[in-house]
Design a protein around this ligand. Sequence first.
Ligand code: KIV
Ligand code: NA
Length: 265
Amino acid sequence: LKKVRTRHFQSAKENGIKITGLTSYDQLSASIFDKAGIDFLLVGDSAGNNVLGFDTTLPVTVDELIPLTRAVAGAVTRAFVVADMPFGSYESSPQEALHTAFRFMKETHAHAVKLEGGQRSAEQIHRIVSAGIPVMAHIGFTPQSEHGLGGHIIQGRGEGLDQLLADAHAVEDAGAFAVVLEMVPATSAAQVTKELRIPTIGVGAGPDVDGQLLVWTDWAGMTTGRIPKFVRQYANLAGVLTDAANAYRADVANGAYPAPEHNYE
Ligand code: KIV
Ligand code: NA
């Protein structure tokens, strides 16, 4: 099985083959998604909400993401692993961004890094790419700037389309190999996808993009809270685990577990 490389993202776009991505934060899910042929796994700072117990991604640190990224990168044989750079680890300067990217590349076996922002992050992207590290950009709704944007608000709509296009071209020109478009109207995402040479990866960006990415815990029905409108739930893991926990509790209470076959002589 050929490892996924940045050139496969490019050739997928050129050949009209859709790219698939999921987030992953641990070895077991990473191994399953890799074997299922998911092209890339993002160790997202959405780990803040889904693993670490925060309300937002803002408190997440590099030190917290490194062990998760190492677990995911160590579990795959084919999938391309992208390490998400957390809030406060790259914005100050291209030097800071490169320092953080080096940490992810040296302390995990990730294949690329991702950071948020279009024009405002172009110098950071250029610096990291110049050091030989592929960068996945992320524009549209960028969760790390939730407070600056005034909430979970759709971007690139109406007059916002000009900014979205400017951001898209800025990250392409800076050398990003792909760009995530989060929560933008389908028509805006389609226009970005048509104008760019690099592939676009949609998260709530409609069908006319080059690939799709979802947060795995939303996608698999593991999340019990509210999930965004754009998610299709492909499983109900929370329901499966709730049923299992109830059955186990009842079996232990009434003596049905353990049974003779579980005992050591
Ligand atoms: O952290 C994350 O999961 C992400 C994607 C939703 C784009 O950044
Ligand atoms: Na993220």
